[in-house]
Design a protein around this ligand. Structure first.
Ligand SMILES: Cc1cc2nc3c(=O)[nH]c(=O)nc-3n(C[C@H](O)[C@H](O)[C@H](O)COP(=O)(O)OP(=O)(O)OC[C@H]3O[C@@H](n4cnc5c(N)ncnc54)[C@H](O)[C@@H]3O)c2cc1C
Ligand SMILES: [Zn+2]
Ligand SMILES: [Zn+2]
Ligand SMILES: [Zn+2]
Length: 597
């Protein structure tokens, strides 16, 4: 029987060397054991993370759920013909052991992928690649445990939909669903290398004075890697921290003609090129830069290393600084390749004001003239950080100021509650965050129609260069996923207008509501943190008054509730604070609230 260990130190299951614990941890060696585990309470009632060698993970904090690791081993040949040898390997095998197994049998295909850390299972999830070869070139099929049906399923190479460091397993709604049990490979007998087209391998034949063997290729690759990349056993890292950005050709031309020298670029489909992130980081002056214990590796600026005593947050701060500086210089937003792992939610309250903000222009009331910084209320909005994502709920007309106050480095997606100006007036200011990639926006179809009218210049066939570019994702009143993170829209009434609030884990954000149906209230059960609107004492046809907000909070009974969308008639922060029951507080701009997920 598999044992579930509590409060397990899993630092040695990762390569960053940053101390981390898991609330629960279990390692299984067969499907039977995994099936048994999947019926356990710890599995059913917690967030579950399946890890391999932890060489592409950055834990931002201790993991509050269950961490699983595969110890399914074994590598064997199971079929062969003249041109192909089929081999199958357990997900828990070390990748380098599999490469060695192939080299010993003179089977070509993975020699360029020598010395990549990690395990066989993750190689298929990640589509690992190096020196012109990706593992998708040799994967035949991937055998998985489906956590939804508890059955074993097999995906062909095509079904895995591999892309650059990408596969079907990483898609929004599938992420985390399948656990890789085994991977089968198509290898070529005879020991003739698969590809010598990349960088230093091109000259190998000349340098050896003969056509190289796969063993020679693997040795060459290993030597170069050792000279450029930190050895996980000596220096903590997760390898390449950022993906090489794929950008439209005109970005490339602008950089090339910008006097920075020649940026390394590779064709990446029609009208697109893949640029070297390492080059961009280097030219942005970040080589060797430190934040706390985290440092940009001086031999290879694409790698962030643990230079001693780094925390997950140090690495993230440094990563943000890299993103900011590269964007300032090249208008390109780097996206991390590393998986950021957390089980908490960090909410930054960007604004808590009503549609006019406080102080209200022209008003001299005691709230509008208060000296208390907490009475300066920009228009309502929050930033939600969790699961490695930064989600903005409502780009308010004050978004620019809010982003400046925070030194906001990046946003991954925007959720919109409704199309009133005080919630969407900042759309144009999202511009810097949609440099080379369209910003994903999640919104109702009526909100989308309104925005198309008001921001028509963004949606023309031939827009003015430099306008923000959005990818509109129309949602309905059903859960949807961003990078595997489940988002639950909650339909609330804003006077006569149906609008959305959002629930993410045990946190919910409801603004501009005046009524919530019993059915929708069910979605708000068991919350840790609720942020809800409370306009003022006097009733309003389209907003909860203070008393109505209190009733709703009592009804929903979250652990903690915070009031937002406060107009000047709501009173001063200090006044509100003295009136609210335990567990409820008025929110204020810049406040950081931590919630469980
Ligand atoms: C020094 C260094 C150099 C590197 N060089 C390269 C390189 O050249 N090319 C390259 O592509 N990568 C490189 N990497 C990144 C890393 O080696 C790969 O991403 C590797 O595939 C990660 O494997 P892992 O077993 O450590 O997975 P982990 O980091 O533990 O996990 C990665 C992802 O896979 C999932 N996962 C892991 N195992 C399973 C499973 N059995 N079932 C389902 N999901 C699973 C995890 O949930 C996570 O989402 C490098 C890393 C380091 C530290
Ligand atoms: Zn409003
Ligand atoms: Zn006033
Ligand atoms: Zn409104």
């Amino acid at each position: 029987m598999v044992e579930i260990i509590e409060n397990k130190d899993i630092t040695s299951f990762t390569t960053f060397g940053i101390p981390v614990k898991a609330r629960y941890f279990a390692e299984y060696s067969s499907e039977r054991e995994l099936l048994a585990l999947s019926r356990k309470e710890e599995f059913l009632n917690n967030e579950v993370l399946h890890i391999g060698g932890g060489s592409n993970l950055l834990f931002l904090e201790d993991f509050g759920g269950l961490v699983l690791h595969s110890a399914i081993k074994g590598i064997k040949e199971y079929r062969k013909d003249d041109e192909t040898v089929y081999a199958i390997a357990g997900a828990g095998e070390k990748w380098t052991d599999f490469v060695d197994w192939c080299l010993e049998r003179n089977l070509a295909g993975v020699e360029n992928l020598a010395h990549i850390p990690g395990e066989v299972g993750a190689s298929a999830i990640q589509n690992v690649g190096a020196y012109g070869v990706e593992v998708k070139d040799v994967i035949h099929a991937v055998e998985c445990f489906d956590t939804q049906t508890r059955k074993t399923v097999r995906f062909s190479n095509e079904e895995c939909r591999f892309g650059y460091r990408d596969s079907m397993f990483k898609k929004d709604d599938v992420r985390g669903r399948y656990y890789v049990l085994r991977v089968s490979f198509r290898l070529r007998p005879g020991g003739i290398p698969m590809s010598l087209d990349y960088g230093p391998l091109k000259s190998l034949k000349e340098r050896l004075g003969k056509y190289p063997t796969i063993q020679e290729v693997a040795r060459e690759v290993t030597n170069i890697r050792k000279s450029k990349l930190p050895e996980p056993s000596e220096t903590g890292s997760a390898g390449s921290f950022f993906k090489n950005p794929v950008v439209p050709v005109h970005f490339y031309k602008k950089i090339k003609n910008g006097g920075f020298g020649d940026v390394p670029a590779y064709p990446a489909g029609e009208g697109m090129v893949k640029l070297s992130a390492a080059w961009l980081i280097d030219k942005a002056g970040m080589k060797g830069v430190r934040f706390g214990g985290a440092m940009v590796y001086d031999r290879q600026p694409l790698v962030i290393v643990n230079a001693g005593g780094a925390s997950g947050r140090d690495v993230m701060e440094l990563s943000d600084e890299i993103i900011r500086r590269v964007r300032t210089k090249f208008y390109i937003t780097l996206k991390p390749e590393v998986n950021f792992i957390d089980t908490g939610i960090k909410i930054t309250v960007l604004g808590t004001g009503g549609s006019k903000g406080t102080p209200e222009l022209g008003c001299e009331c005691h709230v509008c003239t208060s000296d208390d910084i907490r009475d300066k209320r920009l228009r309502s909005s929050v930033l939600v950080e969790t699961a490695g994502l930064r989600l903005l709920i409502d780009p308010s007309p004050d978004f620019r100021q809010q982003a400046l106050n925070l030194r906001l480095a990046d946003i991954d997606a925007v959720l919109v509650t409704h199309s009133h100006y005080d919630h969407v007036g900042g759309f144009d200011d999202l511009r810097p965050f949609c440099g080379n990639e369209d910003m994903p926006i999640y919104l109702r179809s009526d909100v989308n129609a309104d925005l198309h009218r008001r921001l028509d210049y963004c949606f023309r066939e031939h827009p003015y260069p430099g306008v923000p570019t959005f990818k509109m994702n129309i949602i309905d009143n059903n859960p949807f996923y961003i990078n595997g993170l489940k988002i639950v829209p909650v339909e609330v009434m804003h006077g006569k207008l149906p609008i959305y609030g959002y629930r993410i884990g045990k946190f919910a954000y409801i603004t501009d509501a005046s009524h919530i149906s019993e059915e929708e209230k069910e979605k708000l059960e068991g919350l840790d943190v609720l942020i809800i609107n409370s306009l003022r004492d006097k009733p309003h046809f389209a907003h909860f008054s203070f008393d109505q907000a209190m009733d709703m909070i009592r009804d929903l009974s979250p652990n903690r509730a915070y009031l937002t969308h406060l107009c000047h008639e709501a009173g001063c922060h200090a006044e509100l604070e003295s009136r609210v029951p335990a567990g409820v507080s008025p929110a204020y701009d810049g406040q950081i609230i931590l919630s469980t997920r």
